[in-house]
Design a protein around this ligand. Structure first.
Ligand code: GDP
Ligand code: MG
Length: 163
């Protein structure tokens, strides 16, 4: 079975930045204002000689929180069906939002292997702030900075250990 890893989460947490970091491509569209990645983007990744497909999800441009929630639910449902591993990205500078809880509930029920990713841990001061994400009940968060790349090596080591 192919190794497929999907990146999910609400807009603006840094999913596309992480996708670019992992694929080392500029395939995903990263916007300074909001998450504008319209479709799902498939990329190819190789870590320590292990190959896998990585999927960036998005597709929410504007509208109310209700629209966001429907779009996110759709993306998470597809990810649960097609991926063996899910990277659930949250933003340490924002803490837990209602939309994060929506995603966490779906993932808990899915029974899939989920990694909670506390993104935007750009400095040591933010390291301890990710502890709140334990409350999702999806395991200990992985602290990373998709911008600098810090923490992504340890994350990928853990991901390929699941294959
Ligand atoms: P997406 O909507 O989840 O795909 O999020 P994007 O990847 O488009 O990123 C949203 C914003 O967060 C952009 O301005 C990114 O530059 C920024 N961002 C992403 N990762 C990090 C990070 O590790 N640290 C900081 N400080 N900003 C980040
Ligand atoms: Mg995006």
């Amino acid at each position: 079975m192919a190794n497929i890893v999907a990146i999910v989460g609400r807009p603006n947490v840094g999913k596309s930045t992480l996708f670019n970091r992992i694929t080392e491509s500029r395939k995903a569209i990263v916007d300074e204002q909001s998450g504008v990645t319209r479709d799902r983007h498939h990329g190819h990744a190789n870590w320590s000689g292990r190959e896998f497909t990585i999927i960036d999800t998005g597709g929410y441009i504007s509208g109310s929180e209700d629209v966001f929630e429907g779009e996110i639910r759709k993306q998470v449902e597809i990810s649960i069906q097609e991926a063996n591993i899910i990277l659930f990205v949250v933003d340490v500078t924002a803490g837990i939002t209602d939309l994060d809880d929506v995603v966490a509930d779906m993932l808990r029920k899915s029974g899939k292997k989920v990694f909670v990713i506390a993104n935007k841990v750009d400095n040591n001061e933010r390291w301890g702030e990710s502890a709140v994400f334990h409350s999702f009940g999806l395991g200990a968060p992985y602290n990373i900075s998709s911008l600098s790349g810090s923490g992504t090596g340890d994350l990928l080591d853990a991901v390929i250990a699941e294959f």
